[in-house]
Write a new protein. Structure first.
Lengths: 111, 115
């Protein structure tokens, strides 16, 4: 059973649209993360949060933004989607460095 | 430059035999290592981990070995089962700064266990 939920699972949308990918966890974890993964490639950390009102950028530069207003919710927003944003986005949470618990991801395609 | 490398994109093993998945790392600051398993259309699932103060950790059919001097770790699955067919990611954790808990992942190895 999933304790971390991502919606939508799949999204196909046109260029220039504003997109918000939702991520919610019910485990009360302080730490939450967003990763981007292309097929056959490693997961790259793009954003993370250590708690409410805390957000940091990860190793991979991303045009997306995140917010952490509530412990359980960590949405990712793209203000103007472009084809280069096509990828899989994975959300994770943890209460310490190991292990991070992942959602099932959002597969995003920008036309 | 990749700090965590899984040089075998794929591996095929007969059911019942041993599967050995390898991982190399370059950053000597890494002090904790994890293996995740990923099925298609699902997120990665934590499998097993090892701290740098150990050289072996075992959990049922899964054993992870760490060779710090060689900066190498391996995951052994014995006996392999068809349900083990998945992509396996190696990940490493190191403290980049106070309160930093970032994971660095390899590209994954796709394991196919043949019945």
């Amino acid at each position: 059973e999933a304790d971390i939920y991502q919606t939508p699972r799949y999204l196909v949308i046109g260029t220039g649209k504003k997109i918000t990918l939702e991520c919610s966890q019910t485990m009360g974890h302080d730490k939450m993360y967003w990763y981007q993964q292309d097929p056959g490639m490693e997961l790259h950390l793009i954003h993370y949060s250590y708690g409410v009102n805390s957000t940091e950028k990860g190793d991979l530069s991303s045009e997306s933004t995140v917010s952490r207003i509530r412990t359980e919710h960590f949405p990712l927003t793209l203000e103007s989607a472009r084809p280069s944003h096509t990828s899989q986005y994975l959300c994770a949470s943890s209460d310490d460095v190991e292990p991070q618990h992942f959602g099932d991801g959002t597969r995003l395609s920008i036309l | 430059d990749q700090q965590v490398k899984q040089n075998s994109p794929s591996l095929s093993v007969q059911e019942g035999r041993i599967s050995i998945l390898n991982c190399d790392y370059t950053n000597s600051m890494f002090d904790y290592f994890l293996w995740y398993k990923k099925y298609p259309a699902e997120g990665p699932t934590f499998l097993i981990s090892i701290s740098s103060i150990k050289d072996k950790n075992e959990d049922g059919r899964f054993t992870v070995f760490l060779n710090k001097s060689a900066k190498h770790l391996s995951l052994h699955i014995v006996p392999s089962q068809p349900g083990d067919s998945a992509v396996y990611f190696c990940a490493a954790s190191g403290r980049a700064g106070a309160g930093s808990y970032q994971l660095t992942f390899g590209k994954g190895t796709k394991l196919s266990v043949i019945p």
